[in-house]
Write a protein of this length. Sequence first.
Length: 275
Amino acid sequence: MRRTLAALEFADEIVVIDMFSTDGTAELVRANSKARLIQRNGYIYENVNHGFGVATGDWVMRLDSDEVPTAELGREIRERIASAPPDLAGFYIPNRTYFSKRWVRYGPAYDERSPVVGERYRLCLFRNGTGRFDSELEHSDLTVRGRCEYLTHRYDHYSVRSLSHYVAKQNYYTDMNVERMELDSCDARREALAMLWGPIKEFLVFYLKRKGYKDGAFGIMTCGAYAMLRFLTHAKRWERATAIRSDIADDDRRAMLEYVTASHLSERSDPLTQH
């Protein structure tokens, strides 16, 4: 967060939506004269949409706390929005993703539209009032009503500190998604088949079609990590759909979910393994 705030000097206003974290984020934000802190406990993209609603500027850029705009991007944004025609609603911005402090160039980061290998476009800058997230899933795309163009300069996404950090994050996100799923819409047999074939397809798409093999052994790890996310998604959906038939109460699941939410994103060791 400290690095991201420092990179936002080009912004007129900064709105930070924080889910009552206890790591010093609130104090850091309050010390920034441009920043406004809002505490909410909704699901992630509900919180983001709320932030869009309270932003007062003509243009809004959506960023996570691990995403750092370059100085060149800041200057380009100011220039492009100043000359944007009325029918232009948003901009795609290139970004570099870092996994275990390494720049991911292929596989999950490969984008055929980008002239720079390893820079993937993301729609995250839009005219105020034209954009929102329509899905409740923890990973979904921004919807912008209107014509969008592409910027040249990038931001850096320091997404994953280590493979263990990736596993913890995806465990959290998939728990949140499954907790909100409609049981009536979940077919256990379909999820079981997807649990088997989904990860295989995901790996092959990233590794072969999106050229993950060009990243060497690192490519095997990143593509495999995304395939694991696919497995976790379908496995947890199957688990919850079949829990009803197995007489496993939702209260039991929620109790474990509360423990997972509180513990597995922290840097501390698992309290259940301490003596």
